[in-house]
Structure formats: C-alpha cells, structure tokens
Design a protein around this ligand. Structure first.
Ligand code: ZN
Length: 254
C-alpha cells in the first residue's frame, strides 16, 4: 500500500509526502516546519527526500530536515546542498519499497529531473515545475525546445500515470487553456470541477496524463484548434515547436 498526501507550503506549493509500510519520503521540501513536526511526534518514519530542481521553494527545508534526521536525498547533479545521491537520466533506486526511475526534463531549469515509478501498474510521477495540471512551467534557464521535448517525453509515459506537480496552479492554467481552446467540452467541465475543489480548499492534484492529453494546450500543440489559433493570432508558420514557444510566451503575459 502506498499513499501520497500533499503538505502545503508557501502560497501554492505542494510538498508531497509518500508513505508505505516501510516509511515515508518527502518530495521538494521548500519548507521544513511541518515535516519536522511529523518526525518529532513520530507520525512519520522519514526515510528519504527527493528533489526535482534547485529553486528555493522546492529545496529550502532540506538542510533543516536532514539535520533532524539523516536520510537518503536524491536529486540533480548540480550543487544543491544536502543531496547525497546525485542522479541522472534512467538511474534507478529503491526507497521505502518503491522502485523509482529518474527522467531528465530540462527547460524550467537546466537541472530539472522527475521521479517516476511504475508502482505495480499504478504509475506515479513527481515532475516539480515542468508539467502542471492544465499547463507547464515557465522557461527560466533552458530553451523552449528543451521544455517542449521534456513535455513530450513525459507524455509518452502510461496514460494512467498519476502526476504530482509542485504547485496548485490548475485553475488559472485552465482559464488560459479555455482562451486557447474554448470549445473543448472536456476542458470546460474540468474548469468547473476544479473551481469547486478550490472553493472547498481541496487540492486539484494529482492529475493524470490521460486527462492532460485531453485538455492541456502545451501537450496539444499539434491539434488543429490550438495550432490554427496560434498561427492566426501571431501570424506564424505551421511548426510545432514555434507554436509551443508562442503559446508559452502568450501564457507568460496572460
Ligand atoms: Zn521552480
């Protein structure tokens, strides 16, 4: 049995707490306070930490946590302090009985990685700030082409994969998606559902790849509606990478 629970951090970050009968892992601890409390009152047996990229809102709690409990920390190969297992594309490891595989997904940052587990046919993916429900991360350090390829890479994993993203951005992402793809009934329906969840303060995550392929414009740049919208709006040629780039820049200013 495996459970994944969100721990809220900052305004809209999620630290994911994964638990099996062998212990717990946290993903992207941008803050430490709540996790240290869980360790101190024996609510969790922390066995490891996963880090997707170097941004402070995903890493700031790490040093305090490992000072409290010296655990395995898996993360990118650059110089983030506190990582004791620096991992690359297709590296594999086992923590709390879960077999993880590392996927390199540069774009948002150059060091960005994701952690995937097939998890006995119930696949899960922790992808930080690369794929979001209804959207994708901003391109800060990498190129648009890297981001485009990283999203394509993720979208080739099994459709039923549950996707755990780093932020609760879903509602504003879907608002933008509706601007791009206004007649998509599946998207309209999801916008309503997520609106109700957010009103009730219920996380909209995880999403699934199946869902994202139906509504996320950043995974759908080759669909006619989206393609034609961008070509017309920005007077462009029909090139999938160019269309993705224009879409991402449009969202930056939306
Ligand atoms: Zn980030």
């Amino acid at each position: 049995m495996l459970s994944v629970e969100p721990i809220n951090a900052y305004d809209d970050n999620y630290i994911w707490l994964i638990t099996t009968n062998e212990g717990s892992i946290v993903v992207d601890p941008g803050e430490s306070k709540k996790i240290i409390e869980l360790i101190e009152n024996d609510t969790i047996n922390l066995r490891g930490v996963l880090i997707t990229h170097h941004h402070y809102d995903h890493t700031n709690g790490l040093l305090d946590i490992i000072e409290k409990k010296d655990v395995e920390v898996y993360g990118p190969t650059n110089n983030i302090q506190g990582i004791n297992n620096r991992v690359r594309e297709l590296d594999k490891f086992n923590l709390i009985g879960i077999n993880f595989e590392v996927i390199e997904i540069p774009g948002h940052t150059l060091d960005h990685i994701a952690f995937y587990s097939f998890n006995n046919g119930e696949p899960i993916l922790f992808c930080g700030d690369t794929l979001f429900a209804g959207g994708c991360g901003r391109v800060f350090e990498g190129t648009y082409e890297q981001m485009f390829q990283s999203l394509n890479k993720i979208s080739n994993y099994p459709k039923e994969t549950k996707v755990y993203c780093g932020h609760e951005y879903t509602l504003s992402n879907l608002k933008f998606a509706l601007e791009v793809d206004p007649n998509n009934d599946y998207l309209k329906n999801e916008f309503k559902n997520v609106g109700n969840l957010i009103l009730s303060k219920i996380p909209s995550l995880p999403t699934t790849l199946e869902k994202e392929l139906k509504l996320n414009p950043f995974l759908r740049c080759n669909h006619n509606v989206i393609k034609n919208k961008i070509i017309k709006k920005f007077d462009m040629i029909d090139n999938e990478l160019e269309i993705f780039t224009a879409l991402r820049k449009w969202k930056d200013n939306f």
